[in-house]
Design a protein around this ligand. Structure first.
Ligand code: SAM
Length: 210
């Protein structure tokens, strides 16, 4: 499991998410309130710490706030600029102190049990035009009999305002919303084996609701 990704480079956040995190933040940092980036499952927090250093160099010290959240509190050693906080906690239970303009999750959802629950939570944490983007393999969401939830899932995600890029296996969303995905979480299998990344991942099981 790679917990050390940088913001850029061949294996960096830019490539994995298809967005330039610094460009997103810089564009929004002109508004009156600080731009806020939440990086879920941030691993070592290397990318958020790098972003904070770059934002400082670009004179955005008071214009940017960054939170990195991970289950494991093994973070890159500081000191870090005050605009970044690396916090340990589970994305399934953590409660934010406000909304975010940008929420990312780089190869973290693969390890989460209730993935659809997290997608619903995240939608409520976005600002009105905030952007959420994450690596997400829809095949890891399964029915009780083990078959993938398939197109019904992606259609239901779209109906609730998410976009799913099946070629790149990314889920994204623009804007705050109170989402209710019609699935009942049954549990997860952490012995599901490798997913498309080649790394062992977790399958999540649901009963589709009418
Ligand atoms: C493959 S690593 C990716 C880390 C980082 N995003 C990167 O690309 O370098 C996945 C991370 O997800 C974290 N993780 C797994 N389940 C989590 C949960 N429920 N809440 C928060 N973090 C979680 C793991 O601790 C691990 O650091």
């Amino acid at each position: 499991m790679n917990r050390e990704r940088s913001l850029s480079g061949s294996n960096g956040y830019g490539r994995e998410l298809g967005i330039d995190v610094m460009a997103e933040m810089s564009a929004r940092a002109r508004a009156s309130t600080p731009v806020r980036w939440l990086d879920l499952c941030c691993g070592s927090g290397r990318a958020p710490a790098e972003a904070a250093r770059l934002a400082t160099e670009r004179g955005l010290t008071d214009r940017v706030e960054i939170i990195g959240l991970d289950l494991v509190d093994h973070f890159v050693p500081g000191p870090h600029p005050a605009m970044v906080r690396l916090i340990s906690g589970s994305v399934a239970r953590w409660v934010p102190d406000g909304r975010f303009d940008l929420i990312t999750c780089v190869h973290g959802l693969h390890y989460v049990g209730d993935k659809l629950g997290v997608l619903s939570r995240v939608a409520s944490w976005l600002t009105g035009d905030g952007l959420f983007i994450a690596n997400f393999d829809a095949r890891s969401v399964r029915r009780a009999d083990g078959t993938p939830a398939g197109r019904t899932l992606t259609a239901r995600l779209r109906a609730q305002g998410f976009a799913y890029d099946s070629a790149r296996r990314r889920v994204s969303r623009r804007g705050h919303g109170q989402v209710r995905l019609p699935y009942r979480y049954l549990g997860a299998d952490d012995q599901a084996g490798p997913n498309y990344t080649g790394q062992p991942a977790v399958d999540s099981f649901y009963d589709p609701l009418p």
